[in-house]
Design a protein around this ligand. Structure first.
Ligand SMILES: Nc1ncnc2c1ncn2[C@@H]1O[C@H](COP(=O)(O)OP(=O)(O)O)[C@@H](O)[C@H]1O
Ligand SMILES: [Mg+2]
Length: 251
């Protein structure tokens, strides 16, 4: 349902994506991994029209996102939840007000409906008790979870997560990784998750796609990914101290 077709992206002549092609089926969770600065965030931004390809195209079903403007682009954006890498909350609004914001700005839902959805989203990330606190009064991990609630509250059928667990303690990270999988299982949410953390990717992803130097160097199921003979993959696994033999028992 999501398709990158030979996407090239250059900034002032500097090539970041050098012909990237892949698809994500409806209901699938794709982990997008690779060294930092390799174009993972740039890839995600193409899906909501924040960036447009220098060449190639990006599709959501039969809509060419890379060519969509105005109302057509708004319609695409309405379907896609996006947890930005720097998903800052507004400091002058409470956590609950921050989470309600996308509904107030984008929908005509009644106050009761909004309150209900906000309560649902906050409890999904274990923040039911923090609704009335201000961002400066909660920890970094809680802020990150509140940012996630602000995405979930929209109930999109596609969610993009840009490094959702970076900088979080392992317990909070695990909560978020489980939640990604749960949303997918229970609501059929299609997801792309940019992550440095391969261990997590093995737990929630149906497929792992690795980018390096602007190219897709591997696109396979977790069990195949760990066994890949591709030197880039082997190096990436080794850098994270992943022992394929041990991991295979878990997969
Ligand atoms: N808007 C932009 N203008 C110019 N260069 C950019 C822009 N966005 C990203 N880049 C460059 O593209 C490269 C890939 O960035 P990014 O996708 O953020 O990497 P990552 O894989 O770590 O998410 C980096 O070198 C970054 O500096
Ligand atoms: Mg990034």
């Amino acid at each position: 349902m999501i398709r990158f077709d030979n996407v090239v992206k250059r900034f002032d002549g500097r090539e970041v994506l050098a012909g990237v092609s892949f698809t994500v089926e409806k209901g699938e969770v794709l982990a997008l991994v690779g060294p930092s600065g390799t174009g993972k965030s740039v890839t995600l931004k193409h899906l909501v029209g924040l960036l447009t390809p220098t060449a190639g195209s990006v599709w959501l079903e039969d809509v060419e996102i890379s060519a969509a403007r105005g109302k057509a682009l708004e319609a695409v954006r309405a379907r896609i939840g996006y947890l930005f890498q720097s998903g800052a909350l507004l400091g002058w609004l409470t956590v609950g007000e921050n989470v309600a914001l996308p509904l107030r700005e984008r929908t005509n839902l009644s106050d009761e409906e909004i309150d209900g959805r906000v309560a649902d989203a906050l409890s999904a990330v274990d923040l039911a008790d923090a609704a009335d606190r201000y961002p400066s009064e909660i920890s970094g991990g809680m802020q990150k979870r509140a940012g996630l609630a602000r995405v979930l509250v929209r109930r999109c059928d596609i969610v993009l997560y840009d490094e959702p667990t970076t900088g979080l303690d392992p317990v909070t990270a695990t909560t978020i990784n489980r939640l990604i999988r749960k949303l997918n299982k229970e609501r059929g949410v299609t997801s792309i998750v940019v992550t440095h953390d391969l261990q997590s990717a093995f737990l929630f992803a149906d497929r792992i796609l690795m980018l390096k130097n602007g190219h897709v160097v591997e696109d396979s199921k977790p069990a195949e990914f760990v066994r890949s003979s591709n030197p880039d993959v082997r190096e990436f696994l080794a850098a994270q101290f992943i022992m394929p033999d041990l991991l295979e028992k878990k997969l």
